[in-house]
Design a protein around this ligand. Structure first.
Ligand SMILES: [Zn+2]
Length: 258
């Protein structure tokens, strides 16, 4: 069995946090969930998903499972501390009060990990097009600020998601995204009469607009030219494979949990 595969955020690492984006290889799930499926709500065998999770946590060097929640494409915050578990509450922002691991599940949607190095708090954010339209990352930044943090000191890492090459959306959604924040219109493009969106770029812009410095925003999707829909050997994709397929986890935690 190959080792679980993942991408580690270099930026978060230099600020004392672990930022981890799981990839597809190195797990026990059978098709159509092969291999490293980390969500038990799309039809895979829950015992195998748990086995994948334990295998992945060990390989990534985490001291416990991450807190997770039921995601709804909204902007609700769930505050978490202590050993992680799967919560039955609905939330798209998992907020770690003590640096314990928090995670969001994704397959095409944009995962964004934000950390406050001064106070040791962090948040994992699920930003699909609906979340992006509501500036879900801004809600996460506000939550960290409301706990005493200063946005200029935050660092953020944007993980692999569906790229502008593949993410075609309807005219109404395109109009919503064009006006969701200052400058977003540059990242909703037309090709042959169809509308395509660069979700990672809009999330980077929103982070910048709410006070994060450019050099403190890492866009892995752009830097590593990832597209979850194009690159089937590395990523799960809802658009490509439908509901009955695997999901990734994007996890953030402090390196030395309180
Ligand atoms: Zn693509």
């Amino acid at each position: 069995m190959p080792e679980p595969s993942f991408i580690r955020s270099q930026l978060l690492a230099t600020h004392g946090f672990q930022g981890i984006f799981s990839l597809r290889k190195g797990g026990f799930s059978q098709p159509p969930f092969d291999d490293l499926n980390l969500a038990d709500n799309t039809g895979d065998n829950p015992a195998i998903v748990e086995k994948n999770l334990q295998y992945f946590i060990r390989a990534a060097g985490l001291n416990c499972p991450p807190h997770r929640a039921e995601q709804t494409h909204g902007h609700r915050v769930l505050k978490c501390h202590g050993t992680g578990t799967m919560h039955r509450q609905k939330a798209d922002i998992l907020f770690s009060e003590d640096g314990t691991p928090v995670a969001v599940r994704v397959a095409d949607c944009t995962p964004v990990l934000i950390a406050d190095p001064v106070h040791g708090r962090c948040a994992a954010v699920h930003a699909g097009w609906r979340g992006t339209a509501q500036s879900v990352v801004e809600h996460a930044v506000r939550a960290l600020q409301n706990s005493g943090g200063n946005a200029e000191e935050f660092v953020a890492s944007i993980g692999p998601c569906i790229g502008v090459c593949c993410f075609e959306i309807g005219a109404e959604a395109a109009d919503t995204l064009r006006t969701c924040c200052n400058g977003a219109e540059d990242y909703v493009v037309q090709r042959k009469g169809k509308q395509f969106v660069d979700l990672a770029a809009i999330n980077a812009l929103q982070l910048h607009n709410c006070g994060l410095q450019s050099e403190r925003i890492e866009n892995i999707a752009e830097q590593q030219h990832t597209c979850t829909c194009c690159q089937a050997n590395q990523f799960f994709s809802y658009r490509r494979d439908g509901q009955r397929s695997g999901r990734h986890l994007a996890i953030v935690a402090s390196k030395t949990p309180a």
